[in-house]
Ligand binder design. Structure first.
Ligand SMILES: NC(=O)c1ccc[n+]([C@@H]2O[C@H](COP(=O)([O-])OP(=O)(O)OC[C@H]3O[C@@H](n4cnc5c(N)ncnc54)[C@H](OP(=O)(O)O)[C@@H]3O)[C@@H](O)[C@H]2O)c1
Length: 247
């Protein structure tokens, strides 16, 4: 029997590449994303690449008031979940979030509150099944709040903590929670930013994520791996110095 993978935020570039790897292995895929046209295109691509079955559900994942209904649809379409990948997010404009509390709260909702809501539904399903993998894409930005992007960073840091808590809860049920912390990846999210030598390709990042989800044992993965060491250094900078750095 092929194994079901649910992707929340399936039109994300990283998620699309993970989907392609799963399709190649004839997996069953359940895709959720908000842009119907792009979702349909991604679903068609994955079917053409070998997915055994693709179910596509269009939904604004930031709308927590619809999550109970959405998750009921997910469970009805795919009663046996093997793994769930939470991939959506937004790198909002930090300056705009400083000017408007509403923008800041919306950013925190997209990257944390709504994600925590969906993870809670997914956790309950996997806990009942007593198996499976819950994979959560956060960011290295969540390891330290920085002047340049602390709203996004705070949300991703909170998401990492939430995943850590779920890991402790779901361990007893035999469910693995994988926290994924990418460094910069060349996707539409950072299209407006200058790419450097440390910017990874979405294909490489997705390859590492899919391998780790399928057969790894890690609980927290930095991708590419060297970000673990870079972030250890960044976290070690004292507050008295960090607050003066324009990074
Ligand atoms: N790229 C990087 O440098 C980088 C680094 C670290 C972590 N990450 C994280 O990696 C994940 C994937 O991002 P990506 O790099 O693949 O960027 P991407 O291609 O821009 O994907 C972001 C996705 O999130 C979706 N999204 C945002 N708000 C949503 C909502 N309310 N409902 C449904 N979907 C929503 C977007 O959908 P629409 O197209 O409809 O807007 C888009 O598909 C994100 O969590 C991101 O924070 C990325």
């Amino acid at each position: 029997m092929s194994q079901g993978l649910v992707i929340l935020g399936a039109t994300s570039k990283i998620a699309q590449e993970v989907g392609r790897l799963a399709a190649r292995e004839n997996r069953e895929l359940l895709l959720v994303a908000r842009n119907e046209d792009r979702l349909e295109a991604v679903a068609g691509d994955l079917l053409a690449r070998g997915a055994a079955r693709v179910v596509a559900i269009a939904a604004d994942l930031g709308d927590t008031s619809r999550h109970a209904e959405l998750w009921a649809q997910v469970e009805a379409a795919m009663p046996e979940l093997e793994s769930v990948l939470l991939a959506y997010g937004s790198l909002g404009d930090q300056a705009a979030a400083e000017q408007s509390v509403d923008v800041a709260l919306s950013e925190l909702n997209t990257n944390f509150t709504s994600a925590a809501s969906l993870l809670s539904y997914a956790a309950a399903s996997l806990e009942r099944q007593r198996r499976g993998v819950l994979a959560v894409i956060t960011s290295v930005a969540g390891d330290r709040a920085r002047r340049s992007n602390y709203v996004y960073g705070t949300a991703k840091g909170a998401l990492s903590l939430y995943a850590q808590g779920l890991r402790a809860r779901l361990f007893a049920a035999g469910v693995r929670v994988l926290t994924i912390k990418p460094g910069p990846v060349d996707t539409p999210m950072i299209a407006h930013m200058k790419k450097g030598a440390l910017t990874a390709s979405p294909q490489n990042v997705a390859g590492a994520i899919y391998r780790e989800m399928e057969s790894g044992k890690a609980e927290v993965m930095y991708v590419p791996f060297f970000w673990r060491y870079i972030m250890a250094l960044i976290r070690a900078i004292p507050e008295s110095v960090g607050k003066k750095l324009k990074f």
